[in-house]
Design a protein around this ligand. Sequence first.
Ligand code: ADP
Ligand code: ADP
Ligand code: ZN
Length: 210
Amino acid sequence: MASSIVLFGPPGAGKGTQAGNIVSITGKPQVSTGDMLRAAVSAGTELGVEAKGYMDSGQLVPDEVIIGLIEERLTQSDAVNGVLFDGFPRTVAQAEALSHIAEVSIVIAIEVPDARIVERICGRYTCGGCGAVYHDTFNPTTNPGVCDHCGHTDMKRRADDNEGTVRNRLEAYHAQTSPLAAWYRKRDLFSAVNGDQGIDLVGEEIAALL
Ligand code: ADP
Ligand code: ADP
Ligand code: ZN
């Protein structure tokens, strides 16, 4: 079955947190445009240099850049049976472009009210070894500073995970990304889950859709 899944929702909704579970259920690899862009920024590639300014200020990176990244990613052999898109598409133009290169079987939207987003993002940290996502209050590591999954001790915070940037990211979400909900609803592909509950409960609602 070569169809792909889209994980949709505002910044901090819990897309990255839920992705691992979906990958184990479906076997489809996670394709996160945010992770790909951060890798390009750290590697100092031309694309990374172009994207960095947008990311630091909380604006969306231009569609052509993102579509180019995705086109290239989908040519890799692990993508033949479809992938799990995390954080893509984020504009109607990206969704239109995607519709020409991949089949989407379901869009899973994790719904979280704006009032929760700032506390989620400002408490986020990730493992530098395996990428596992944690939260100071809602999902801390069992032993402070030590990853539960891989034992690494280099925990990272993202430069754009601060209150000022989060406001811009939320604004970009409402202006440019949320119209996609109607776009996918019209195509009968849209399913929403309640993201304003514990991580395990969100995971159960998602698993029921797969
Ligand atoms: P996204 O990928 O959508 O930006 P993340 O998965 O990185 O979101 O989650 C953002 C932050 O919120 C992380 O610190 C994560 O640990 C935390 N988080 C994720 N899901 C929940 C939840 N259901 N309840 C409370 N905190 C959550
Ligand atoms: P989050 O879900 O927590 O906002 P991401 O890691 O998905 O974070 O994205 C981080 C930043 O990378 C965004 O604020 C944006 O600048 C850029 N970005 C990621 N994916 C896209 C995309 N599909 N289109 C445009 N910009 C993107
Ligand atoms: Zn780890």
